[in-house]
Design a protein around this ligand. Structure first.
Ligand SMILES: NC(=O)c1ccc[n+]([C@@H]2O[C@H](COP(=O)([O-])OP(=O)(O)OC[C@H]3O[C@@H](n4cnc5c(N)ncnc54)[C@H](O)[C@@H]3O)[C@@H](O)[C@H]2O)c1
Length: 324
């Protein structure tokens, strides 16, 4: 894997907020595997205790159950930390349309607290999760940093806003911040349950359980699906990036595009089932097509994703088969 040869100083301590969630728990695992220390801060609002229990007996892992909406909790969590990987947030475009105030408090104020705590505790680098949703209705493909359209949901507003706050912390307070605009991440431990689950884990588990999946729209929408290993690589490379790249945002994706309907039939064939999906109307706030230009991350972070969609989906199917 292209992050195995990244070297940090002995006893380096990472803080992963949202470390009990899908992406965060995978970051914790990778850091432990590389031989460094990791502290996980999570309020378990959408993450799970099971993702903490996986590592709780590891001597280099510690867990704080706490909320990034509370500045004191963030200060405590940042004590002695070298690198922050800020993943804590609520995802989901449709849920954000129902709860705009909560999204503002959780995703914007929460991240602002983390930026402030990282600044006060003199953290070396602050890497944070942004999202491809910041491209809004911009029709241009591939999506390129600096060419954003009108934002289409409160969730997208929260991600765009934290990018601006992070830039302020680099500009005025010398905190090296790196915003990673993830594009549809998938892989082990992604939650398949509930109304707001992502399509890949949802389809796989529904098909494995003999249920009939639902596709919003005609299935001809496309996305840049990114395997979790590529996202881990991006986070760790950002920690080694030069200060000259700080204050910026980077597309983190595979740079390719998959159509939802093709994924669906690829999964039915891989799982050996013949089930026709039910089609529903498009969801408000969703965009039709999305794929990323990843050249900025390549050039400035040394990001070089080596997991293709096909390799990733095979691993994900196997994981869900063995863990349901
Ligand atoms: N999964 C994707 O495809 C994707 C795409 C773009 C951006 N992102 C972003 O990546 C990050 C991680 O997403 P994920 O898919 O792993 O989601 P997830 O829901 O699995 O993980 C988020 C974690 O953050 C925790 N959390 C939420 N609010 C918190 C708070 N106030 N204090 C402490 N912990 C809190 C949750 O309990 C959860 O464990 C999020 O910021 C998300 O917006 C994800």
């Amino acid at each position: 894997m292209s992050y195995n040869n990244i070297v940090f100083e002995k006893d380096t301590l990472f803080l992963v907020t949202g470390g009990a969630g899908f992406i965060g728990s995978n970051l914790c695992e990778a850091i432990l595997n590389l031989g460094y220390k990791v502290r996980c801060l999570d309020d378990l609002s959408t993450g799970s205790q099971a993702n903490v229990d996986l590592f709780i007996n590891h001597p280099d892992y510690s867990f704080i159950k706490g909320d990034i909406k509370d500045l004191n909790t963030c200060l405590e969590a940042c004590e002695g930390v070298d690198y922050v990987l800020n993943q804590a947030a609520w995802g989901s475009v449709p849920r954000s349309l129902k709860m705009p105030l909560y999204y503002c408090a959780n995703n914007i104020v929460g991240t602002l607290n983390m930026l402030e705590a990282a600044r006060q505790k003199k953290v070396k680098k602050f890497v944070y999760a942004s999202s491809s949703s910041v491209y809004g209705d911009g029709a241009e493909l591939p999506k390129k940093e600096g060419r954003e359209g009108n934002l289409l949901s409160p969730y997208a507003v929260t991600k765009r806003t934290i990018e601006e706050w992070a830039k302020q912390y680099t500009m005025h307070y010398g905190l090296d911040t790196y915003g990673l605009r993830y594009f549809n991440v998938f892989g082990r431990r992604q939650n398949p349950d509930g109304a707001y689950a992502a399509v890949i884990p949802k389809f796989i588990t529904q098909l494995l359980h003999g249920e009939i999946p639902t596709i919003n729209g005609d299935g001809k929408q496309s996305r840049d699906f990114t395997y979790i290993e590529n996202v881990i690589e991006a986070n760790l490379k950002a920690c080694t990036a030069p200060s000259s790249a700080a204050g910026q945002v980077f597309n983190i994706a595979s740079g390719t595009r998959e159509y939802l309907i093709d994924i669906y039939y690829g999964l039915t064939s891989a799982l050996g089932v013949e089930v026709q999906p039910v089609f529903r109307p498009d969801r408000p706030g969703d965009i039709k097509h999305s794929n990323a230009d990843i050249s900025r991350a390549r050039e400035m972070l040394g990001y070089d994703p080596d997991w293709s969609f096909e390799q990733g989906i095979k691993e994900a199917i196997n994981w869900y088969k063995n863990n349901l």
